[in-house]
Design a binder for this molecule. Sequence first.
Ligand code: GLN
Length: 494
Amino acid sequence: MSAPNDITRWSAAQIAARVAGREVRAEEVARAHLERISGLDKEVGAFITVLEESSLAQAREVDRRIAAGEAAGRLSGVPVAIKDNMLMEGTETTCGSRILKGYRAPYDATVVGRLKAAGAVIIGKTNLDEFAMGSSTENSSFFPTRNPWALDRVPGGSSGGSAAAVAAGMAALSLGSDTGGSIRQPAALCGIVGLKPTYGLVSRYGLVAFASSLDQIGPFARTTEDAALALSVLAGHDPLDSTSAEVEPRDYLRELEGRKDLKGLRVGVPKEYFIEGMEPDAERSVREGLKTLEELGARTCEVSLPHTRFAVSTYYLIAPAEASSNLARFDGVRYGSSEARQDREANLLSVYERTRGEGFGPEVKRRIMLGTYALSSGYYDAYYGKAQRVRTLIRQDFDEAFQSVDILASPTSPSAAFRLGEKSGDPMQMYLSDIFTIPCNLAGNAGISIPCGLTSAGLPVGLQLLAPTFEEGRLFQVSRVFERARPFPVLDAR
Ligand code: GLN
């Protein structure tokens, strides 16, 4: 379906340079991606909304500005897909939930505003597990997304639509949100780069909150350079997000070339991140990735993050507790609608009950119940309070490890893409998909997943690199050197 010189295989950096250099019009780039979507997305199901008209209008505006000699933005004409839990003025934002069907966003999320200001073209809104709760995108109220590498398999989740869109060339870049792994795990399963920035680096104004102390927005890309370019546009203080960090803006793209090899880099390999029950093929690929780091000059050593074994249970107290509070607003009055409001017999309580009963799917209800229980008086300290204390221990494990190493390297996920339906009946199995990604959300530091090979069945495997807070530049440098030595596999068969 696509030739290697097809516009939909160009990187974001190439598109921006060619549009700015007037070698190609942004409108042509947008049309190529829209065509790719219409040819492919019936099978993949990456998009909930395709923004055909508005993306072409944005593209024409970029072309007009460039023709008029105005300064070209850093993402001029780059088609970007946005996870459907981020607001874009005037477009539907569903969070993959029936409860928000038909809800139109009244304003742009800060990240959407920053992308538009840089000349990006928003091509569509992507599918996700309902309210970002899940690891396979099967919890979407509408339809599951399929992995473009193997259509009988999941793309990971919860940002599965955004990952699949970039992997399949339906967008050059996309945004996801990562609360416990929802950028890194789907990036791994779809064979692309996915970055979870440090908590506070990217504004969450206009992101529908899941678990506020964990949520971060970050980019998906097919190259390290594109991920660094995207973060340079996205990162920065935002007074509209009270958790936004006041750090100096950095040009990650410029920093990228700071390393030619990995000499002197100290890489810690956490022994708790290689567990029994891991898919042997995935483990082999990650071990080969580690060997490549060594061949490039890095010194690897085993480190211990002793509280890792408590991470999943800690997360499944904190995240549902915060979700149960954040999701209280979907009551059929302020947000969320249902036919209950039309019912003449209805009273306030019955509107709440019917809206939420009909609007939320089973996983969201499970989380609300778990969270409400964990926060209820008499249990608060035993559950939520204790989880917060363990969270501190997990953060201290990282602080300790980063005293003696520059980065940590591990598998992103215990397995490559699994089949649709394989884990959806067993929430515990699904929760365990995030065993290697969750600790970084609890600690708040930076993490990336980069492609490190394929299993014998031809499915992508991700290598996770973790750095101290605000050291995204270090992750990009390592990723870039690695990518040069072991070019990322490209999906071009379809
Ligand atoms: N899979 C995890 C969950 O279900 C993480 C989701 C996320 O990062 N949004 O909560």
